[in-house]
Design a protein around this ligand. Structure first.
Ligand code: FES
Ligand SMILES: [Fe+2]
Length: 387
């Protein structure tokens, strides 16, 4: 799976966590311990945390004159990991300009530093998702104490909305969601992954359609109405037992996004950390559950995180009993497994090399006549309808 994930550009850290000649930050991704820094010219480096001389942590390094200088013996690295100086060496300094510390290419978009950690000759084009190309985007990240796949599974699971989020459904279609608790799920494979439609009866021969795209390897776009702020998620593995939830907010009008338009509020106790954790049982309020709260956790994102972390860091899926409502979860796993096999054969995982216009990937929330095929909704003109 790691080989698959390394074939995509990865949201790695917030761009404002590092400033020119400022302190490096530790970044752990896919189990690898790295440091990120911004050099004097504003370029970003993402390097192995440990100095290639004798392993001192470069988290303690000096960031100066276009490079990171280890404080142990003064070896200096540029953003590509090249050893520039080895000042404690006498005579010919053979390593200078030749030796490299492992480093990954980075890009900046939507206020996030992205990294490519795969084979250099397989580096894909940078993904032009709506949130990467729009002028007004707000991105944030939150630390979760569980395996990333548990969180993705929550992101492609429509039927939990009517239960877990019962007390928080105030949107226009809340009454439909509460009347029809068992949406019919249907799948549509797409070049970037798949879409699924959650279909509910809306009366008078109408159907209520919510389409969620799943974009390999870990993105969903939450089905919100067109006039609402749009929200995409990425669940990025820190290691097997922790992940980052990135949320990208933007609008179809592409207007500015003041804080009151941001979605997915959490109760924070630090910039990236939640106040409600598994260690404090997510501060579930049993008294409120007797009155007007279904789950005893007030905010929807904390409700999702509570469920995902409450499963413990790695869920034992051999004990599950999946049903029709879990169709998208099953298909997400199948898409992952298909990608593993493709990479093992030397090919590309799903979505890499796709010609589908990434900036056109969107969710759909609409009430339409029952005869309308949801598979034709929300596609770019002339794109054709995949099977
Ligand atoms: S360990 Fe970094 S310079 Fe020696
Ligand atoms: Fe949820």
């Amino acid at each position: 799976m790691g080989d698959v994930l390394r074939r995509y550009w990865i949201p790695a850290l917030m761009a404002d966590e590092i400033e020119s000649d400022g302190p490096p930050v530790r970044v752990k991704l896919l189990g690898e311990e790295l440091v990120a820094f911004r050099d004097t010219n504003g370029e970003v480096g993402l390097l192995d945390e440990f100095c290639t001389h004798r392993g001192a942590s470069l988290f303690y390094a000096r960031n100066e004159d276009c490079g990171l200088r280890c404080i142990y013996h003064g070896w200096k690295y540029d953003v590509r990991g090249t050893v520039l100086e080895t000042p404690n060496e006498v005579g010919v300094r053979a390593y200078e300009g030749r030796l490299k510390l492992n480093a990954y290419p980075t890009r900046e978009a939507c206020g996030v530093v992205w990294a490519y950690m795969g084979p250099p000759d397989r580096e894909p084009a940078f993904p032009e998702f709506p949130w990467n190309v729009k002028a007004h985007v707000h991105a944030k990240k939150v630390y979760l104490e569980c395996n990333y796949l548990q969180s993705i599974e929550g992101g492609v699971d429509s039927s939990h909305v009517s239960f877990l989020h019962r007390s928080g459904i105030t949107a226009n279609h809340g009454e439909i969601i509460m009347r029809d608790l068992s949406p019919r799920l249907e799948l549509q494979d797409m070049p970037y992954g798949f879409r699924y439609g959650a279909l509910r009866q809306a009366g008078d021969g109408q159907q209520y359609v919510r389409i969620t795209p799943f974009i390999m390897p870990w993105y969903t776009i939450v089905p919100f109405q067109k006039e609402q702020t749009q929200a995409a998620h990425a669940w990025v593995p820190i290691d097997d037992e922790h992940c980052w939830t990135f949320t990208f907010n933007f609008t179809f009008e592409d207007g500015p996004l003041p804080p009151e338009k941001w979605t997915h509020p959490y109760e924070f106790d630090g910039r990236f950390t939640k106040a409600r954790t598994r260690a404090n049982n997510h501060l579930q309020d049993r008294a409120a559950m007797k009155v007007d709260s279904w789950c005893g956790i007030p905010l929807i994102p904390d409700q999702d995180a509570g469920i995902q972390e409450g499963m413990k860091p790695i869920l034992d899926r051999s004990k599950e009993h999946l049903g029709r409502a879990d169709l998208a979860v099953v298909h997400m796993r199948a898409t992952m497994l298909e990608s593993i096999k493709a990479v093992q054969r030397g090919g590309d995982p799903v979505g890499i090399g796709s010609s589908f216009p990434a900036d056109q990937i969107c969710c759909v929330v609409e009430v339409v006549p029952g005869a309308v095929d949801w598979r034709e909704l929300g596609l770019p003109a002339g794109a054709g309808v995949p099977a």
